[in-house]
Design a protein. Structure first.
Length: 393
């Protein structure tokens, strides 16, 4: 007999992994998704599951949380970066720097792979179901980002270029961020990621595209534009007063340094399920297993944003002579100096770290626009606009 029914809002990686874990433990896991399939937020673009923040390989991480790589999953240990002077730096690592995956609705996308695993575990999906009100007490909310702290603009296209990855660090094409080109099996993704000056997004994209075309001899067939955004805030929301567990980007779990949020989405979804199964407080699990990464990432973001083009060149030169994984992992450790940098960064970014997306009614977070600190006028406005994702119905 099935155990309790658990409502999960959002069929992103965070919601799906929570549903898989719960269904495998015998719970009646029901996922509500506003679209008629998974992966709607993405466009067949390639992304990376980063492999530098932890000692164990990302493959082991996936195994530990029960994810089978039944999707495109390609290791990359060698690639090239370009600085603002078009100097090329070849980067290598002993183990893969990241695993390339595809996002979206295609058959071998990460999203479809997780969906297949969820269906096999017995998860029920309620498609075309946009949740407006939460009435039940057992809810996991993984509705993704609502505000933009980082944006990406790019194209997906077909090409005959050999597989590989390329990165571009230059504030004139990607302010405080980076541009990237990922090529796999006749298809490619090129995008620029901006952490500042969003209103000139097209200008940066055009400059980035020209730079990429000048530096890489690549044919571009059937290009299709895409864009997206990421959302991070601290303190993140874990559990609302109403006992809703927030996971993934909906909770603010995003990598403030470069926007590699997939591992946080998976970890938080898994931990939310674990807390229901074992009775351990979700907040405590998050504090132990996610928060140090978020704080380190914010500290790193503050440091990275101070580098400028000369700093990027210095870093690339430094990385070019070493195993890049070792260097990156060192900088992802939650050391005393990172804790101090985090405090500085948190003060520096205090106005940006507000939970701009939190539109839940009666939520407990003091930073949001509708929590107990919020201005009643704003609250009314939000209710009137019916923006709140406040329930399962
Ligand atoms: C262009 C781009 C490139 C990226 N590249 C990388 C990368 O290389 N590596 C990396 O680690 N991360 C990357 N990220 C970030 C990563 O994709 C996200 O962190 C991750 O998808 C977050 O997962 P999630 O489950 O929290 O949310 P989402 O993936 O956003 O899923 C949320 C789901 O909830 C559904 N939903 C929303 N509201 C409701 C509602 N009211 N009712 C029902 N359903 C609802 C949505 O339709 C969606 O399916 C990238 C992001 C972008 C935009």
């Amino acid at each position: 007999m099935l155990k309790q029914k658990i409502h999960i809002i959002g069929a992103g990686p965070a919601g799906m992994i929570a549903s898989i874990r719960l269904a495998r433990a015998g719970y009646n896991a029901v996922v509500y998704e506003q679209h008629n399939n998974v992966g709607f937020r993405f466009n067949g673009d390639f992304q990376g599951i980063e492999n530098w923040s932890t000692l164990e390989d990302a493959q082991i991480f996936l195994k530990q949380i029960g994810v089978e790589p039944n999707f495109t999953f390609v290791p990359h240990s060698q690639g090239s970066f370009f600085d603002s002077g078009s100097n090329r730096f070849d980067i290598t690592s002993k183990r893969p720097l990241f695993y390339l995956i595809e996002r979206g609705e295609n058959l071998w996308s990460f999203d479809q792979g997780l969906k297949r695993q969820a269906l096999a575990a017995g998860v029920q999906f309620k498609w075309n179901h946009k949740v407006e009100h939460i009435q039940s007490r057992m809810v996991i909310s993984g509705t993704g980002p609502k505000a933009a702290d980082v944006i990406a603009k790019g194209i997906v296209f077909r090409t005959s270029h050999p597989d590989g990855y390329f990165g571009f660090l230059d504030d004139r094409i990607a302010p405080k961020g980076y541009a990237y080109l990922l090529i796999n099996d006749g298809r490619a993704t090129f995008a620029t990621c901006l952490f500042e000056d969003f209103k000139h997004e097209r200008l940066y994209y055009e400059r980035a595209f020209d730079r990429m075309k000048n530096l890489i001899n690549i044919d571009i067939q059937q290009p299709k534009e895409f864009g997206g955004f990421g959302n991070f805030f601290l303190p993140s929301i874990t559990t609302g007063k109403d006992n809703i567990l927030y996971v993934g980007e909906n909770a603010g779990f995003q990598d403030a340094l470069w926007g590699f949020g997939i591992r946080h989405a998976l970890t938080s979804g898994y931990l939310a399920a674990e807390s229901i199964i074992t009775g351990q407080p979700y907040e405590k699990l998050v504090q132990e297993q996610i928060l140090p990464f978020l704080e380190t990432a914010l500290a790193n973001r503050w440091l990275y944003a101070r580098l400028g083009n000369k700093g990027y060149r210095f870093i690339l030169k430094y990385l070019g002579k070493r195993d890049v994984i070792e260097v990156l992992r060192k900088h992802h450790q939650y050391t005393i100096s990172k804790k101090i940098s985090y405090l500085v960064a948190r003060y520096w970014y205090r106005s940006r770290l507000i939970d701009k997306q939190c539109l839940h009614l009666n939520c407990h977070c003091v930073w949001c626009r509708c929590g107990k600190e919020a201005d009643a006028r704003q609250n009314r406005q939000i209710k009137n606009e019916k923006l709140a994702v406040g329930g399962v119905s």
